[in-house]
Write a protein that binds this ligand. Structure first.
Ligand SMILES: Nc1ncnc2c1ncn2[C@@H]1O[C@H](COP(=O)(O)OP(=O)(O)O)[C@@H](O)[C@H]1O
Ligand SMILES: [Mg+2]
Length: 258
């Protein structure tokens, strides 16, 4: 069953001269309950624009987004967006625990067990023992873990993630990918993950939506037939992994510049 439906979604931005140019054009796809779907596309093709429209933070110029049968008109309560720039999305004046508590309080939790819940979430993302630290005392990867724990505090049914591991080093990135897969499995949530990294999309996903160049449209819907649990070495060494990577690369690079 589709939990998320994007129907002919378009968004144009008005340029300095006054004319408006499209960033995304008639994008349509669906995500089923519990699925892990990635959106992959080149830089500047409109991925963030699409997510902002889906999260109800930007009004589309055309089309619509439907979450659990309801059309998005503002931020939906059962959907949360994790931004690319974790260092700007965390509250610098709140501790790690305080950041996660914020999500729980926003959700209306005010009982005595919020602290217990927050600590549980921090444990899930591997940050046990860092509750009293401030974001600036942590590495980039750890800060992104805090941002993910805070997003989970909203108990979202759908998690949208905008290139969340784009600014961490390669090793940390692999660790974060595996943590995310573990969380996804434990929490039975639905994830729409945006990345410009084709291999990251294949490693994580059940299915990949391939976006073309700006103004982007969906140019491919690729099912990932690789078994789970995934393994950074074995999965990436699988012949089908490489075939998929080549296929998606060809789709993107073969898409004419518009
Ligand atoms: N607020 C804005 N005003 C005007 N143009 C914008 C704005 N935000 C993004 N754009 C343009 O829209 C296109 C898509 O941007 P974006 O959604 O950020 O792409 P991506 O996330 O795939 O890199 C880019 O060409 C970008 O310059
Ligand atoms: Mg972006």
């Amino acid at each position: 069953m589709a939990i998320l439906e994007v129907e002919a979604l378009s968004k144009s931005y008005r340029q300095a001269g006054g004319e408006s140019t499209p960033a995304i054009q008639e994008i349509s796809f669906q995500v089923d309950q519990g699925e892990f779907v990635s959106l992959v596309g080149p830089s500047g093709c409109g991925k963030t624009t699409l997510l902002m429209c889906m999260a109800g933070l930007l009004a589309p110029s055309g089309g619509r987004v439907v979450v659990k049968g309801e059309q998005v008109a503002g931020p939906p309560r059962n959907l949360v967006l994790v931004f690319q720039e974790y260092n700007r999305s965390l509250f610098a004046w709140r501790t790690v625990l305080g950041n996660v508590l914020f999500g729980l309080e926003a959700k209306g939790n005010s009982s005595r067990d919020t602290e217990k819940k927050a600590k549980h979430l921090l444990g899930l993302v591997g940050l046990e023992g860092f509750e009293r630290h401030y974001p600036w005392e942590l590495s980039g990867g750890m800060q992104q873990r805090v941002a993910i724990a805070r997003a989970l505090a909203y108990e979202p049914e759908v998690l949208l993630m905008d290139e969340p591991f784009g600014s961490v080093d390669a090793m940390t990135r692999l660790e974060l990918e595996d943590s995310l897969l573990k969380l996804w499995k434990e929490l039975c949530t639905t994830i729409l993950f945006v990345t410009h990294d084709i291999e990251e999309a294949i490693y994580l996903s059940d299915r990949i939506q391939v976006l073309g160049r700006r103004p982007s449209r969906v140019i491919g819907d690729v099912v990932v037939p690789l078994s789970r649990p995934r393994d950074q070495l074995a999965t990436r060494a699988d012949g089908r992994f490489m075939e998929l990577r080549n296929e998606i690369y060809r789709q993107i690079s073969g898409d004419g510049v518009s």
